[in-house]
Ligand binder design. Structure first.
Ligand code: XIL
Length: 458
């Protein structure tokens, strides 16, 4: 599997909180993206201006590397950079010796149950897997999860690197594993501005593809892919990240990596067309619109309006995915997107979307140790040694409050998926700077963390 350190358009935005990156000293790429974002932002929340907040953090810490996305990152969501599969430290080590389970469970309930079992009456519990991790982390997966998402293997560039030549092998292996182990499979993602092959938007002679041809290519891709996985993939992220933090559409007027060429060439109608094509290819599949920063009021309103418009036109949309790449605490910087990152704002998003009769799924959950708007550098990057018990407890508390919210909305939440399985393989540690993160429920040795206890302790 090839991880694309660049195309992750959102990353830089995520990384830099879409705020101030203009000031990021070293990482020009990040700067670009974020600026764009903010340029369309009219409100304080989305950020635009304040110079230093996120930006200042940047240059140094994440190491830049010149490649678009990865760089910056003082915040959370962005990894993206980096290498291929075996992200960080030792992969192996499955389930070695004990300890490290920490506190936080409810003692009177005895040993925590297996995660998915504990949630069986509420919603499936999923994990994003890559072409290696479903094997290297197979024991954990089978024990604790009953749903999987391919982290990269079902993206456009993975499935149709060359026009009309579909490569399903890597994705099929993941799906077969899931089917064999009676797990659900979420498909991710059919139409996104990122991780697309170059030919897709090109006319083959140096120019841009025509509207008609791009629409045909989009429908052809969706039709092939959705039919291929029909009966195995129960839900699809049909369109990913089409909206901006201020509630406007992601247009073509943004920096490379951030802009949507789909919108640029097809206009907003590409969204409806994508859902219709997916529905035609598999009328039984649950079709989702997936996005990040749902806790930002302006963004959730924008998504709501867009979805309402689709439903009013009879477009087959069935649910909304909340990526939920969270941080250990909200930002204190008012112009930073993560200033809005709290349970109450997330609850508003759930209420709003479900008021349309849509399912809600948490699709890419993780909780980074890094706080958006704070400057980190090599000396303050977390390591296994500086991920102290106090921090573990703090992360556990943050997980606990969000899971309380998810359980409260069990009637509309139809799945919660983590973006990874254990801390030794997370996109958040893919920075070229070497910045490590510890965002999941299981540690690098595949043992449960206090966060695990917090999630099952109810
Ligand atoms: C990320 C993967 O985790 C990385 O391995 C890859 O390099 C970039 O993409 N939102 C999404 C996901 O919808 O597809 C992204 O996955 C993370 C952010």
């Amino acid at each position: 599997m090839r991880k694309n350190l660049i195309s992750i358009g959102l990353l830089s935005c995520l990384l830099w909180s879409c705020t101030s990156s203009t000031s990021a000293p070293d990482d020009d790429a990040t700067t670009g993206d974020t600026t764009t974002t903010s340029s369309s932002a009219s409100t304080a929340q989305t950020g635009g201006t304040s110079a230093s907040a996120g930006g200042g953090a940047g240059g140094s810490n994440a190491g830049g590397s010149g490649s678009t996305s990865a760089g910056g990152g003082e915040t959370n969501e962005g990894g993206g950079g980096g290498t291929d599969s075996a992200t960080s430290a030792g992969t192996g080590g499955a389930g070695t010796g004990g300890a490290d389970t920490g506190t936080g469970g409810t003692p009177d309930e005895g040993p925590p149950k297996n995660l998915a079992e504990k949630y069986a009456s509420l919603f499936p519990i999923g994990a994003a897997v890559d072409s290696q991790s479903y094997m290297t982390h197979g024991a954990l997966l089978k024990t604790h999860f009953n749903s999987v998402t391919a982290e990269n293997e079902m993206k456009f560039e993975s499935l149709q690197r060359n026009e009309n030549s579909f490569s399903y092998d890597a994705a099929d292996r993941i799906v077969n594993f899931a089917v064999t182990n009676k797990m659900k499979v979420r498909g991710h993602a059919l139409v996104w501005h990122s991780q697309n092959p170059a030919w897709l938007f090109s006319n083959g002679s140096g120019g841009t593809v025509s509207k008609q041809t791009l629409l045909t290519r989009m429908k052809n891709h969706i039709s092939n892919v959705v039919r291929h996985f029909r009966g195995k993939v129960y839900a699809w992220d049909v369109v990913n990240e089409a909206m901006m933090e201020d509630g406007s559409y992601r247009t073509g007027n943004l920096a490379d990596g951030q802009k949507s060429r789909w919108y640029e060439i097809l206009g907003e109608s590409y969204i409806a067309e994508a859902f219709k094509a997916a529905h035609e290819a598999d009328p039984d599949a649950k079709l989702f619109y997936n996005d990040f920063y749902n806790y930002i009021p302006a963004k959730q309103q924008g998504i709501y309006k867009m979805l309402k418009g689709l439903l009013d036109q009879g477009v087959p949309v069935h649910g909304v995915g909340l990526q939920a790449h969270l941080n250990i605490e909200p930002s204190t910087v008012t112009t930073n997107q993560a200033y809005y990152q709290n349970v109450a704002n997330m609850e508003e998003a759930i209420k709003l979307y479900s008021s349309l009769g849509l399912d809600v799924q948490v699709t890419e959950l993780d909780i980074s140790l890094y706080i958006p708007g704070v400057t980190y550098n090599q000396s303050t990057f977390y390591t296994a040694a500086t991920f102290t018990d106090a921090l573990k407890a703090k992360q556990a508390a943050r997980y606990r409050e969000f899971f309380e919210l998810f359980r409260k909305y069990k009637s509309v939440i139809t799945g919660v998926t983590f973006w990874g399985i254990a801390d030794d393989n997370t996109w958040l540690s893919e920075f070229s700077s070497g910045r490590k993160d510890f965002p999941l429920l299981f540690d690098g040795n595949h043992n449960p963390k206090p966060a695990y206890d917090a999630v099952v302790g109810f």
